[in-house]
Write a protein that binds this ligand. Structure first.
Ligand SMILES: N[C@@H](CCC(=O)N[C@@H](CS)C(=O)NCC(=O)O)C(=O)O
Length: 221
């Protein structure tokens, strides 16, 4: 089966699928497009004009990262979802929750001034506090093995840690399970290698562009 992932270098949703492909050691290619000026062929295969899209055997196009991830998981050996249907459903619900956390990340990284940053930081922290309540002893969401739900959060934690060097995006002390989960995910080679080498530079440049407040924090660091 030939798998081609259509990507944008900064997209966290694409990154989820890359982590899954790398974790499962699935041969694949990645084609990067410029979302500001997408090629005509992309509009034909992506109904919402969004990445990721997974092209299968150059014949089928699958969109939506959660669906792509489940597909990759199903067609390769091993399972990145719990066997128990209730637990599996709960994992899917938290994957959806991860997408909501992206809204807060977007707001945080677009904040024009400190007061707005603080308000959106509080919203994100409240969501992370919900996660703190459901996390066990780790290292991953379900325990010892990496699951699709972990791939949904790893891109968020990667970005938050990049920002944490300049400004605190959540309090690691009051959310120790979240912090430990983040550390465990970011230590994985499949997470580290799920972005292009120049990712941090690109990401911080985008953040500087979007937020005057974070631009000042980066300057002050
Ligand atoms: N729900 C989608 C979200 C994908 C998404 O928002 N992708 C962004 C890039 S990170 C995109 O393609 N945006 C282009 C647009 O909205 O025009 C998924 O999980 O795949």
């Amino acid at each position: 089966m030939e798998l081609e992932l259509i990507s944008f270098k900064l997209c966290p949703f694409v990154q989820r699928s890359v982590i899954t492909l790398l974790h499962k050691q699935v041969p694949h290619t990645i084609t990067y497009i410029d979302l500001n000026s997408p090629p005509a062929w992309f509009s034909e295969i992506s109904p919402l004009g969004k990445v990721p899209v997974l092209r299968v055997d150059n014949r089928h196009a699958i969109f939506e990262s959660a669906v792509i991830n489940e597909f990759i998981d199903e067609v390769t050996p091993g399972r990145m979802h719990p066997e128990d249907p209730v637990r599996r459903a709960i994992n899917r619900a938290w994957i959806e929750f991860a997408s909501d956390c992206w809204g807060d990340h977007m707001q945080i990284t677009s904040a024009p001034e400190e007061a707005k940053f603080r308000a959106h930081r509080a919203a994100l922290e409240a969501k992370l506090a919900r996660l703190e309540q459901v996390l066990g002893d780790g290292p991953f969401f379900n325990g010892d093995s990496l699951a699709l739900v972990d791939t949904a959060f790893a891109p968020l934690f990667m970005r938050l840690e990049m920002l944490n060097r300049f400004v605190s995006t959540y309090d690691r002390e009051t959310l120790p399970r979240v912090a430990a989960w983040s550390d465990a995910l970011l230590a994985l080679p499949e997470v580290r290698d799920s972005v292009v080498p120049e990712f941090e530079k690109l990401y911080l440049a985008t953040v500087r562009n979007r937020s005057d407040y974070l631009d000042d924090c980066l300057d002050a660091a």
